[in-house]
Design a protein around this ligand. Structure first.
Ligand code: RFL
Ligand code: PHB
Length: 394
């Protein structure tokens, strides 16, 4: 087999890249380790920046998001029971975010791919990139008991944090920056109306909480839990009780509870690999960087990588400009580190982590109050939350 670009991984990064390249006449093949249903079963991101929404439309997969996604013009932050609203329209010159689940947009991208007749292999095992620094890169894999080999010009590693692509880069050719936070987020999805029309991020002495949603009838709530917590220890009743204790009183009184339809613990980690490119292999999304979920930046930063690689490959194939290839990592990393910094900052200010002294807790609380009390401070948070503009690639 032969194609221009082999894409490893059919998460949002791989599927979005595949569609955008296809629209520019650049053939590609996607190789995914698990089945489509397994990919769709992962309940993850919910907040899309405008840049992401634009790319999804460009990929021909934005129709349902535009119909069903909710535009949010603000977000709330509560500190020990006191609520403040960040008005995006006012603070960011009319920008907003869209509430539309990762599961839904992944489904839309899968359907767009089916319509495009580009090849995808699901349940592909032993996927392995070869010759990535040579003239003739190829990818080998197994599918339904048969061995295959695809020759290509470039390989896009969109295979998430545990994928094979990053591991292909020799240790001496990469630097990894890593920070693991103690504990994680216990999330519950339920068929209940959201407690507030907009998201509420909560700093509380018992730990962080977040009220989010997928629609007006489906809520997504999170509470920060300690390092050795397991989902099995959390009955629905115990989850709702703990959430209520962390909510401001007026929200606790309004909270509608119900059976969970999904419950999982997400770890909190900051991670970046540099560079994000090795020969003809490019890393995108979670394969190259991870953020704690607090700033809603994971998927959105992945979209920044997709935008950069797609713009570069468009210039390579459609304008004959090959020089631009070597700039991929440098262009991405500027945006990546901005997202890392924001997520790290939001996480530290909103969570209660083991090992942080009472003094530091007071300082965090005061810092957050200071930002929320001034328009300038609110602007700094709002501008980063709605997302920085993509760099022009030229
Ligand atoms: P994914 O989604 O992990 O997809 C990678 C795909 O690669 C496949 N794969 C392989 N395929 C072939 N061969 C191999 N050897 C392979 N190894 C792996 C995997 O099966 C998988 O299908 O990475 P991608 O596409 O880069 O997408 C990244 C996003 O999923 C992630 O950044 C976000 O979900 C992070 N995130 C959020 N991001 C936001 O922008 N806004 C949010 O509101 C937000 N909320 C969240 C989140 C992540 C969470 N969790 C669970 C970590 C909330 C949570 C709870
Ligand atoms: C979500 O709805 O899953 C969500 C929203 C905002 C975040 C993280 C997750 O910061």
């Amino acid at each position: 087999m032969k194609t221009k670009v082999v894409i490893i991984g059919a998460g949002p990064s791989g599927l979005l890249l595949g569609q955008l390249l296809h629209k520019k006449g650049i053939d590609n093949i996607i190789l995914e380790r698990v089945s489509p249903d397994y990919v769709l079963g992962r309940i993850r991101a919910g907040i899309l920046e405008q840049g992401f929404a634009k790319l999804l439309r460009e990929a021909g997969a934005g129709e349902r998001m535009d119909e069903e996604g909710e535009i949010h013009g603000g977000v709330e932050i509560a500190i020990n029971g006191e609520r403040s609203r960040l008005d995006f329209k006012k603070l960011t010159n009319g920008k907003s975010v869209i509430v539309y689940g990762q599961t839904e947009l992944t489904r839309d991208l899968m359907e767009a791919r089916d319509r495009s007749n580009q090849i995808s292999y699901y349940e592909a095992s032993n996927v392995k990139p070869h010759n990535v620094v040579g003239e003739r890169p190829y990818v080998s894999f197994e599918h339904q008991g048969q061995k295959h080999k695809i020759q290509c010009d470039y390989i896009a590693g969109c295979d998430g944090f545990h994928g094979v692509s990053r591991k292909t880069i020799p240790e001496e050719c990469k630097t990894e920056y890593d920070r693991v936070y103690p504990g994680g987020w216990l999330g519950v999805l339920s068929e209940t109306p959201p407690v507030n029309p907009e998201l509420v991020y909560i700093r509380h002495e018992r730990g962080f909480a977040l009220c989010s949603m997928r629609s007006q009838t489906r809520s997504r709530y999170y509470i920060q839990v300690g390092e050795d917590e397991a989902v099995e220890n959390w009955s629905d009743g115990k989850f709702w009780q703990e959430l209520k204790r962390r909510l401001p009183d007026d929200l606790a009184a309004k909270l509608v509870t119900g059976p969970s339809i999904e419950k999982s613990i997400a770890p909190m980690r900051s991670f970046v690999v540099e560079p994000m490119q090795y020969g003809k292999l490019f890393l995108l999304g979670d394969a190259a960087h991870i953020v704690p979920p607090t700033g809603a930046k994971g998927l959105n930063t992945a979209a920044g990588d997709v935008y950069t690689l797609y713009s570069i490959l468009d210039q390579v194939y459609n304008e004959g400009n090959e020089d631009i290839i070597s700039r991929y990592s440098e262009i991405c990393l500027r945006r990546v580190w901005a997202g890392e910094r924001f997520s790290w900052w939001m996480s530290n200010l909103l969570h209660k982590f083991e090992g942080v002294s009472d003094f530091e807790e007071k300082v965090h609380s005061s810092e957050l109050e200071y930002y929320l009390a001034t328009e300038l401070g609110q602007k700094i948070i709002a501008e980063q939350y709605v997302g920085l503009a993509y760099d022009e690639i030229e």
